[in-house]
Design a protein around this ligand. Structure first.
Ligand code: ADP
Length: 401
């Protein structure tokens, strides 16, 4: 049987990721990635499952031009085109407006635009992707899925900053949280693996990629998370500092002649693993360097694991008794060492690691990497694209997400 397909659109500030996904199975029929947009080196790779890869140079192209090239390649695939029932767009910031996927209309576009002040790099790019896709597929329903939506269940105690309350009331300065689509997927997968309904589970999910965040889930709802007003808060990341004393920012501004733009650049692009190691934002590179005796690479890895362990301990107040701790994202899914070091810090809370299971990422034990007598720790690969496809398909089918 030829099942329905969803075109998934994920627009970054200088990249465009596209996939044609079958929502039920998660199968990909086409995947495309355009990178370094707005530069002379811009290019796109399109991978058709049947016909193989095509690499296209797109000097100085923007999102709309990259989308046009993708759509032109797709137009020759008549049968596949006829099976696409919706376009699903990843949108980074939905503010307090959106708690679930929504059909894109004028009002939704206006609200996404209104959230641009809170995500200046992301929401305008997301809007570009939506406009380009609507131009090419005006007959299809377009659905927006928000990174912040899963965290809209946070209690007020977890989302307010301890600053004058009117800054929240008048200017919506609060914690929102991100990577919600991934944390939501990890919750559903953990429920499947544990054989229990998601709304009866207490979980701690870790999305550890270039950006990193953790989420405390109580009975199926996000109740605390590490990212805040922006994706800069929380854990140590590839190039982002995560938490630090706000006084440090004042010091940079007042005593070291940094401009706000320079502080932004320092904390978002030159800090984290890259800043500490002075070498790379990539965990694989750091692991190799640390093994060859590079002291700063080793320090960066140690700080990453220590901060992660401290955060897990702090979040566990919101989701005890814990049913499972879940590692995911490029680092969480692949790094034996990071999981081992982090769990070693957590030994005072009873956590332990089974070295054999950890060494194969839990692949021979349904994801589980901890001994049976200790808290359940799992490795679960995330899949944000399938969540985007399913979110759109359920909305079109009139099911509640
Ligand atoms: P993104 O957030 O861009 O989707 P990913 O989830 O792909 O990123 O994660 C990228 C990170 O995962 C990089 O730091 C990379 O080095 C790390 N990573 C991937 N494979 C391994 C591995 N085998 N060991 C350690 N780190 C890894």
């Amino acid at each position: 049987m030829n099942r329905s397909l969803v075109l998934v659109v994920n627009c970054g500030s200088s990249s465009l990721k596209l996939a044609i996904v079958e929502p039920e199975s998660g199968d990909r029929f086409v995947e495309a990635l355009a990178e370094r947009l707005f530069t002379a080196q811009a290019g796109m790779t399109i991978h058709f499952r049947e016909a193989g890869k095509t690499v296209i140079r797109l000097p100085d192209a923007d999102h709309a031009q990259a989308f046009e090239v993708f759509a032109a390649h797709l137009s020759t695939e008549k049968e596949m085109n006829s099976r696409i029932i919706a376009v699903s767009h990843r949108v980074v910031h939905g503010g307090e407006y959106f708690r679930c996927p929504v059909l894109v209309d004028g009002d939704v576009l206006q609200k996404i635009d209104a959230c641009s002040g809170l995500a200046p790099l992301h929401n305008p790019a997301n809007l570009q992707g939506i406009h380009a896709a609507i131009r090419h597929f005006p007959e299809l329903p377009h659905v927006a899925v928000f990174d912040t939506a899963f965290h809209q269940t946070l209690p007020e105690t977890a989302y307010v900053y301890a600053i004058p309350y009117e800054l929240y009331e008048k200017h919506q300065l609060r914690r929102y949280g991100f990577h919600g689509t991934s944390h939501n997927y990890l919750m559903l997968e953990a429920a499947r693996k544990l054989g229990r309904p998601a709304d009866q589970l207490n979980l701690l999910t870790l999305h550890l990629g270039n950006g990193c965040s953790a989420c405390a889930i109580r009975q199926g709802r996000s109740v605390d998370t590490t990212m805040g007003l922006t994706p800069l808060e929380g854990l140590v990341m590839g190039t982002r500092s995560g938490d630090l004393d706000p006084g440090l920012i004042l010091h940079l501004l007042e005593h070291m002649d940094f401009s706000p733009k320079e502080v932004d650049e320092l904390l978002n692009r030159r800090s984290g693993l890259l800043g500490l190691s002075g070498l790379s934002n990539d965990m694989r590179t750091l692991a190799q360097a640390a093994q060859s005796g590079n002291r700063q690479a080793r320090l960066a890895i140690e700080v990453f694991c220590f901060r992660l362990a401290k955060t897990i301990a702090a979040l566990s107040v919101s989701c005890s008794p814990l049913d499972a701790l879940v590692f995911s994202g490029g680092i969480g899914e692949n790094s034996v060492q990071i999981r081992q070091r982090t769990l070693t810090w957590l030994a005072p809370l009873g956590f332990a690691v089974d070295e054999q299971k950890n060494s194969v990422h839990g692949k021979d034990s349904n994801g589980r990497i901890s001994p049976m007598s200790t808290p359940d720790v799992r490795v679960i690969p995330t899949d944000e694209e399938v969540m985007l496809a399913r979110g759109a398909a359920s909305l079109i089918a009139g099911e509640s997400p």
